[in-house]
Design a binder for this molecule. Structure first.
Ligand SMILES: [Zn+2]
Length: 135
């Protein structure tokens, strides 16, 4: 294969096992493809985006399940978890439990919310104590 930098026919394609791990998630492996020129030393990452995106999503899905399990430990039981949802205005009730069964359906903002609740559980009480008015 010809090198785009030095024009020599010295590029070799190598498949490399790479991995990705979200915080709280599993380590997921994917195949990355490197195009390396033995003449000039250029090393191009030619991995299909699909491989890394799928591995990233798999790691995120396990992170959702792990974060919810840890959040449940913090708030002790499902009734308290519903109070968390009420305080944050999440609907429908028990939605966090439904994310356990379908972690792939959790949106980016829901994912961020789980991270915030897990890292700063007091935020729930702070939000719950905000003064609301209705005139
Ligand atoms: Zn080259």
């Amino acid at each position: 294969m010809q090198c785009k930098v030095c024009d020599e026919d010295t590029v070799k394609v190598e498949e490399v096992q790479s991995s990705i791990k979200e915080p709280f998630g599993s380590k997921e492996y994917f195949t990355s493809i490197a195009e390396k020129c033995s003449n000039c030393g250029v090393d191009v990452d030619a991995s299909p985006d699909k491989n890394i995106m799928e591995a990233h999503k798999r790691s995120q899905n396990t992170a959702v399940v792990n974060m919810i399990r840890d959040i449940k430990k913090i708030f002790k039981d499902d009734e308290n978890l519903i109070n968390v949802e009420r305080a944050l205005g999440l609907r429908p009730f028990a939605i966090i439990n439904t994310w356990l069964d379908n972690p792939e359906k959790v949106t980016c903002s829901e994912y961020a919310l789980l991270e915030i609740i897990l890292l700063q559980p007091d935020i729930v009480y702070m939000v719950d104590n905000l003064e609301r008015s209705c005139d």
